[in-house]
Design a binder for this molecule. Sequence first.
Ligand code: GDP
Length: 714
Amino acid sequence: MSRLYPLEKYRNIGIIAHIDAGKTTVSERVLFYTGISHKLGEVHEGAAIMDWMEQERERGITITSAATTCFWTPLYRRRGLETDEEKMKAKDAYEHRINIIDTPGHVDFTAEVERSLRVLDGGVTVFDGVAGVEPQSETVWHQADKYNVPRVCFINKLDRTGASFQRSFDSIVERLTPHAVMLQLPIGEEDQFSGIIDLLEKRAFQYGGEHGEDVSEIDIPEDMKALVEEKRSILLEKIVEHDEALMERYLAGEDLPLEDLKKALRKGTIENTIVPVLCGSALKNKGVQLLLDAVIDYLPSPLDIKDLKPTKGVHPDTDEEIIRLPSDDEPLSAMAFKVATDPFVGNLTYFRIYSGVLKKGTYVLNATKDSQERIGRIVRMHSNHREDVDEMYAGDLGAIVGLKGTSTGDTLCDPDNPIVLETITFPEPVISLRIEPKTKGDQEKLGMALKRLSDEDPTFKIESDPETGETIISGMGELHLEILVDRMKREFQVEANVGRPQVSYRETVKKPADAEGKYIRQSGGKGQYGHVKIKMKPLERGEGFTFINEIKGGIIPQEFIPAVEKGVKEALQKGVIAGYRITDLEVRLYDGSYHDVDSSESAFKIAGSMALQDAVKHGSPVLLEPIMQIQVVVPEDYLGDVSGDVSSKRGHIEKLSDRGMMKVIDARVPLSEMFGYATKLRSITQGRGSFVMEFHSYEEVPKNIEQLIVEGKQ
Ligand code: GDP
């Protein structure tokens, strides 16, 4: 066995959009067109396409998988080919493998979006050609920015009444990126939308037939020639900015070869300094094949991003940085990015291989959990079938069946060359509630259901209250927990009572402090002896906890150091103000003593806990609360009422701006003030306002409010 497609012919992409922009329709059409092209090895006109469409419609093609594989040979490589032999040759030479990674459209589930962004190399962002950029498009866009994902934009639904390519394009430039540039122009819009002009190639395509299946090349319409020249020169100027030699030739008035222009545009897109904008109507089958050409031409292969975004990780024992190249010859490194339950095969762990080869029947190391996993079965997901494979290679995406101990974000690797890849950073849960089974019989099922759901979703956490033994679940927002509780009832048939959602506060310190922990019991029999001295200091917000061991010369024997760290960590679980978890601090263990006979791990653990508690008490402890970034969009008439309400929630308004006929308020508001906001906003604006919200940071709670929280009144 060896790989069928070289790495430069891979595109691992996501179709990114918020709900309703047309992501499902675009994905379906992509699978449809790639399906026929792969089957026939060419573009067939009319009848053949319709046959295939009918068959597929009966079986149904949808993306139900977290990663679906399909194949595409650019249209321009197939034009003018006559014989089957010529067509097969073109296919062999130019066919690419495209892996489509499903990205959820719902912005409340940041974790879902982030984990898919982590494993893709490029994205197609879909917009509604009537609405242009919407508030949720901005959230999704900024998430992709965070991972520096190269993108092309697809302005969809140009057939709808009220659609405008120019206006939608302008909204992208204005609100998302100044790097956007038109690569195409539509011929006609709304019910007159009939074709697309490629500005780079200066070619026009017309879509005919009942379903837009007859594509023919036409002359550029007379009344569009001037516009094509104008937009083309804007495009060329943008492109040559990325290539000095090309710029000189352009300024000298030379006619630049298409190949060179494409190469420079590809470079700019991959470096994220150009964002090509395309157009079409997925529903009416217009523009999707050209979009696929653009995916091949401009979005990166795993090789293209090896310098821009190298695959980095650390050795699990030494923390030494390791870089892995996208090559089959490197040791295996792969990331599990989704755990799902499939009705037919059971537990599926989706992964992406960054380097090396994954083989069926071998053992790999889960370096995150330090455990072995056996690879029993590997499957590749296609739009309508699942293919069993023996091996997968660098750049591949697939799923392993039946892994037990691997969760989202874990690294799977060669046991002889361990590495923990830079993981997906998930935000900390900010809201929690108590949950209890309705009957004794539900108890066990509840535990199992919660474990399953938290394996799938790393922002969903389960804890048990050490005092009451009750189960507490936490997540990213009211809606997030509501949906998970609902899934538990529907998918796992667990009946449970849930409490009111509570904000997950944290505690931290503002001042450094030294402290000592002594746990010494030496009266009769074997005694206890643990003694440590620590220096504690606050860290920046969001940095978490670090433990540094500075013990030299065996003042405390090496074997007891992990116990001290464990004790400190245990004490961090329960803060001194109101019992919330303590975070953002550093502890240095620098001194202490031991006793030859009486010292034990447990004594040092207790000493560590005592020292930490003491240090925190002397470190000016404060309470922290989650602050949310919110964006509210309202008609102007309600601006005063809505912004007044935001301010009264201890909100800090950062920006007021216009969006068409609407006003936009960007603000930061404590989460505790945001409960039930959807209902409140609806009533203030008579249902005409909307908002999006995501976690921003933990910040100090004002003293007067802290008092209320401590007394349990907030
Ligand atoms: P998703 O929520 O982003 O997955 O969006 P869907 O693909 O489900 O599309 C949302 C709605 O828009 C559906 O009713 C589609 O039929 C419709 N739609 C999608 N693409 C187009 C298009 O190109 N033109 C028109 N007129 N409607 C479209």
